[in-house]
Design a protein around this ligand. Structure first.
Ligand code: IFM
Length: 449
């Protein structure tokens, strides 16, 4: 008997800048990722998302693959600078998403739309970016605009994807766009992302179908190690978002740990109430656990560029320790037990908040074999173990509503360019040709079963 409850959503996820391409087509304006990736030295091999997987032109073929996989739901993101280039409504941009949503519904696939997956319009960055309060107001307007057009058809609205990355990789360590290294700006950015989430959540509820679900997706760090190190990193990586979003406000220890960096005067009266707008489901992205110690000199966290400023503001004495392998191509340890533990922890700390795994997956060095197929046994093992871990959490009482594999397709992996392949479906970048990996066929069977 399957442990997955009736109505559980089996899905796969992508993000606009990582797959769409068509960067200069149909009125789209540049986002911070266009600027960043076109700046020499910022991405591996100078890769950009200009063409990416060409999904903008191949979306019909991609929806057909989703249908063949048997997906219940598809999580994609909307490009803000495609629908509101330089702040002006662009019908052609919204039409693209409208056609996609219609095709998904026709194929029996529920659209799960994320409004922000890291691609801030460049004009808003030029006006101050996320460290500026005004950006939250622009985001709420954008949410309302998209909600008015797609609100009758989208199953679940997600305001932000992984705001930790937007704030701290974008503004503290600078390894992501817009590439700034300013710890105080990063904390202000985190607050304005929270505010943007709350305002957009409120704005959407005013215009979309009453049946739609409202969510946000966080890459919560599953921390193990010394208690004080865990507490500090938990404050600035997790509770900085879950605190205000789930109604508890900013934690006192976070404010204390970061007092030397900022006085938090950017938090105004009423902000925390706005941020705490009710959520129907909390999206959780999980890849691997993090091991921390508090006994040494600061070190770069795994997966982040050597020598770059730390994204963990206020955690100067924390060491991010090596963990035992095996590792994925990202250098991330494979450890599914962390997923069960994380889900159980969230369930304990926030009872009554339904959860959804909105990303989980692994990059491996996939190649098309002489038989024309991609034999990615390591990804199958990763998915199998993590689904078993999710099932374990459900058996222990966690209200888990869905699982989205990251990713449907190989795609542009941010500063790593096209060197890391996370897809169930292989993409040959010079031609755009798609080839199902063995993991895609495995996932198809898993969904059936
Ligand atoms: O590719 C990213 C995605 O955009 C956000 N979550 C993590 C993935 C793998 O790094």
């Amino acid at each position: 008997m399957t442990p997955f409850p009736e109505g559980f959503l089996w899905g796969a996820a992508t993000a606009a800048y990582q797959i769409e391409g068509a960067a200069d087509e149909d009125g789209r304006a540049p986002s911070i990722w266009d600027t960043f990736s076109r700046t020499p030295g910022r991405t591996r091999d100078g890769d950009t998302g200009d063409v990416a997987t060409d999904h903008y032109h191949r979306w019909a073929e991609d929806v057909a693959s989703m249908a063949a996989l048997g997906l219940d739901a598809y999580r994609f993101s909307i490009s803000w600078s495609r629908v509101l280039p330089d702040g002006r409504p662009n019908r052609a941009g919204l039409d693209f998403y409208s056609r996609l949503v219609d095709a998904l519904l026709e194929a029996g696939i529920a659209p799960v739309a994320t409004l922000y997956h890291w691609d801030l319009p460049q004009d808003l960055e030029d006006a101050g970016g996320w460290p500026a309060r005004d950006t939250a107001f622009r985001f709420a307007e954008y949410a309302e605009h998209v909600g008015q057009v797609l609100g009758d058809r989208v199953h679940t609205w997600t305001t932000l994807n992984e705001p930790w990355c937007s704030a701290f990789l974008g503004y503290a360590s600078g390894v992501h766009a817009p590439g700034r290294a300013d710890a105080a700006a990063a904390l202000a950015a985190a607050h304005h992302l929270n505010l943007a989430h709350g305002m957009a959540n409120g704005a959407l509820r005013g215009v979309v179908a009453a049946s739609a679900r409202h969510s946000v997706t966080l890459n919560l760090h599953h921390l193990r190690g010394d208690a004080e190190a865990v507490r500090r990193v938990d404050a600035v990586a997790n509770r900085i978002f879950t605190g205000p979003m789930l109604g508890g406000g900013y934690p006192a220890d976070l404010l204390a740990d970061t007092a030397a960096v900022t006085d938090w005067s950017f938090v105004r009266g009423g902000d925390e109430t706005t941020i705490a707008a009710p959520l129907d489901v909390l999206g959780v992205n999980y890849y691997s656990p993090t091991l921390v110690r508090d006994d040494g000199a600061p070190a770069a966290a795994h997966g982040h560029a050597e020598g770059a400023a730390t994204p963990f503001v206020g955690c100067a004495d924390v060491v991010f320790a090596e963990q035992p392998g095996p590792y994925t191509e990202m250098g991330w340890p494979v450890d599914a037990t962390g997923l069960t533990e994380l889900l159980l922890l969230l369930h304990r700390e926030h009872p009554g908040v339904p959860l959804m795994i909105t990303e989980n997956g692994a990059a491996f060095a996939d190649e098309v074999a002489p038989d024309g197929r991609v034999h990615d046994e390591d990804r199958i093992a990763y998915l199998r173990d993590h689904l078993a871990a999710a099932a374990g959490a459900i058996a222990a009482g966690v209200d888990l509503r869905g699982y989205f594999a990251w990713s449907l397709l190989d795609n542009f992996e941010w500063s790593h360019g096209y060197s890391k392949r996370f897809g169930l479906i292989h993409v040959d970048y010079p031609t755009g040709r798609r080839t199902w990996k063995d993991s895609a066929s495995w996932y198809q069977e898993a969904i059936k079963g």
